[in-house]
Design a protein around this ligand. Structure first.
Ligand code: NAD
Length: 410
């Protein structure tokens, strides 16, 4: 997958311009939505195991907080850039608004390949990120969470660092924490489970059923859990891929066996049925769940699916999106399809504020209601404007953000 993040922010702004024209967005609001409210770049010194100090570059982009505190993950990846965090922070703003959470949007990242660090170095980097940025974070200011290559353990170190600096408990400053530190039941599977609830609504709209065939690109936290949940629900998962390869089986893969093989460090290709590309297979539903820009104008032509559920953030470039719309392929956009993660992050904050905790069943029931309602509200906008599901969802989200901004300024 080609990873070209240099233009991520211009992609995000192109989408905003399209929705501005569709809904007649107020010019003053539009001007304010062209840049994050605050973008912080920090140099984080980390003492490496060999005694030398290495400096890592980190960012926090706080895009909009008209509806509530900034909210969004922290990514540890070599491809992190200013453009990427800005784009992801804009998408977080639309995402929290799509599912009607009282939150804004932000995103952070560090340019690092965490696989090259020891556990001690990773802990010092995580704590260093908070030391550098604690003064722009807080439970009522900006609440980070995990993203690509950041984990509950990293959230625990970050929470501990923040609480040491401010001198009191503040579990609501970060979500995706381990259960022992105030994490929410259900958080680990929430992105994928939210995706399943949305998928179940979407397939009904285009006449597919629960034994439809599915191809999934990316088998990490989002994609791997999605594969597991869909197989359990009766869907036929015919193809999966990861960064090292892809496999296909027309009758459906044995998903638990595939995931167990991967968990042991095995390669997908060792399971037989190796193919070049999971995007190109015969499947009713395609789920990109890896990184951005995996579907471009160059490879969109190979797709045979009737619908695409964007579990990854920004997997389809705007150009490819137009080609898919022209072919009448239903694309359920990222800001709706993967909003289950931030929804349960919000539930985590609520539980932290009450210091009272829900069961996994309570969390999942609330998630189902929220995701189902949000899908139907976005679908109604798509119908109202006679447009794509992406633009319908954006109309819903940007409209909500604009309403809050105007209410503050009137
Ligand atoms: P992850 O690091 O756990 O998994 C990423 C997966 O993608 C890995 O299996 C990796 O092998 C695979 N991959 C990388 N390059 C690939 C390629 N060229 N072809 C096929 N597969 C490839 O990350 P994640 O948390 O699962 O996140 C994946 C996407 O979902 C990201 O866009 C992320 O922003 C988004 N997302 C995740 C969450 C969450 O809660 N985890 C929430 C919302 C959005």
């Amino acid at each position: 997958m080609e990873k070209n993040m240099n233009d991520a922010y211009s992609n995000a702004m192109e989408q905003l311009k399209e929705v501005k024209e569709l809904i007649g967005l107020d010019d003053n609001v539009y001007e304010q939505l062209k840049e994050p409210k605050r973008l912080t770049r920090v140099a984080i010194p980390v003492k490496m195991d060999n005694g030398q100090t290495k400096v890592f570059i980190g960012y926090r982009s706080q895009f909009n907080d008209a509806r509530g505190p900034f909210k969004g993950g922290i990514r540890f990846h070599p491809g992190v850039s200013e453009s990427e965090v800005k784009a992801l922070s804009a998408w977080m703003t639309w995402k929290t608004a799509t599912v009607n959470l009282p939150l804004g949007g932000g995103k952070g990242g560090v340019i690092v390949d965490p696989k090259q660090l020891s556990v001690g170095e990773l802990e010092r980097l995580s704590r260093g990120y908070i030391k550098a940025l604690y003064n722009v974070l807080g439970p009522t200011v900006d609440v980070p969470a995990p993203d690509v290559y950041t984990t509950p353990q990293i959230m625990a170190w970050m929470l501990d660092e923040y609480e040491s600096i401010v001198g009191h408990h503040a579990p609501g400053v970060i979500t995706g924490k381990p259960l022992s530190l105030g994490g929410s039941a259900g958080r680990g599977e929430s992105t994928a489970l939210g995706g399943v609830f949305v998928l179940e609504e979407a397939i009904a709209k285009i006449g597919l059923t629960k034994n439809a065939s599915v191809a999934i690109q990316g088998l990490g936290n989002a994609g791997g859990t999605m594969a597991k949940l869909l197989a359990k629900a009766g869907f036929k998962v015919v193809a999966v891929s990861d960064s090292q390869g892809a496999i296909y089986k027309a009758e459906g893969l044995d998903v638990p066996a595939v995931l167990a093989h991967k968990a042991k460090g095995g390669k997908l290709s060792e399971l037989g049925g190796a193919i070049d590309d999971a995007l190109a297979v015969e499947a009713d539903i395609l789920i990109p769940a890896a990184l951005e820009n995996s579907i471009t104008a160059d490879n969109v032509g190979v797709i045979k699916a009737k619908m695409i559920l964007e579990l990854a953030n920004g997997p389809i470039t705007p150009e490819a999106d137009k080609i898919l719309a022209g072919k009448n392929i239903l694309v359920v956009p990222d800001i709706l399809a993967n909003a289950g993660g931030v929804a349960v992050s919000y539930f985590e904050q609520v539980q932290n504020a009450y210091n009272y905790y829900w069961t996994e069943t309570e969390v999942n029931d609330k998630l189902k209601q929220l995701m189902t309602d949000s899908f139907n509200q976005a679908w109604a906008k798509k119908e109202q404007y006679q447009t794509t599901m992406r633009l319908g969802t954006y109309a819903l989200a940007v409209g909500r953000v604009a309403e809050a901004m105007k209410a503050r300024q009137a």
